[in-house]
Design a protein around this ligand. Structure first.
Ligand code: 13P
Length: 250
């Protein structure tokens, strides 16, 4: 059985005092679980605070992006060694907001995933179609191109260590969740593709999260689908009670 992994992508939210309140809220009520992993991905400025607060708990730390370079003249960027030094174990790469606002391509995302794996951390690699693409009935082509592109050159063992997050762009921050059938269909497509590109063993091991308006009231039905192994949560991870309810639904 695959572990369920629930990650909270805080995006550009929470200063230090809000970070402290939110982590304390999660920490005070999280139940120990051997089958679920909870990850918080605060903005860079809150990583250190979050890391200190989660010490001794089961909560894991992730970052929202990483530079392709380890150090040097890259103003505004944060490197993998820096993320490691603050205690990050996971890094989101290729979020659709990075694709949209920072022109990140499958190729760049692939390089970032390789960078994260080279440092022994786990990339949460995002894929997903836009509304226009879904309406044109090209969801499966888009997902196939994205998955092949972001995984290019990764070994089977690297893919097995990675997390893939299917986030339909039209469901992000819109309140419009994919139905459990729509999400399961794409998750199965991704797993089948990985089985063809690698092997059924690799496909069975890889964690595929769903993201896009996951809330306490839809988490259970999404997470009970056979190919949905967790959630990448945006808005609902900013309140301790709703994030905890999603963790408990897993
Ligand atoms: P929402 O849960 O706010 O739709 O955001 C999803 C997301 O983009 C997580 O990375």
């Amino acid at each position: 059985m695959r572990t369920k992994i629930i990650a909270g992508n805080w995006k550009m939210n929470n200063d230090i005092s809000q970070t402290t309140d939110l982590i304390n809220g999660i920490k005070s009520a999280i139940k120990p679980s051997s089958s679920t992993i909870a990850i918080v991905c605060p903005p860079y400025t809150s990583l250190m605070t979050a890391q200190q607060l989660i010490k001794g708990t089961s909560i894991k730390l992730g970052a929202q992006d990483v530079s392709l370079f380890d150090s040097g003249a890259y103003t505004g960027e944060i490197s993998l060694p820096m993320l490691k030094s603050v205690g990050c174990e996971y890094v989101i790469v290729g979020h659709s907001e990075r694709r949209q606002y920072h022109a990140e391509t499958n190729e760049i995302i692939n390089q970032k995933a390789k960078k994260v794996l080279s440092g022994g951390l786990v990339p949460i690699i995002c894929v997903g179609e836009t509304l226009e693409e879904r309406e044109k009935n090209i969801t499966s082509q888009i997902l196939t191109t994205q998955v092949k592109g972001v995984l290019a050159g990764l070994s089977a063992s690297e893919v097995e260590k990675s997390i893939i997050a299917y986030e339909p762009v039209w469901a992000i921050g819109t309140g419009k969740t994919a139905t459990k059938e729509q999400a399961e269909e794409v998750h199965l497509l991704i797993r089948t593709l990985i089985s063809q590109l690698y092997s059924s063993t690799t496909a069975e091991k890889v964690i595929i999260q769903y993201g896009g308006s996951v809330k306490p009231d839809n988490a259970k039905e999404l997470l009970s689908q056979p190919n949905i192994d967790g959630a990448l949560v945006g808005g609902a991870c900013l309140k301790a009670d709703s994030f905890l309810a999603i963790i408990n639904a897993a």
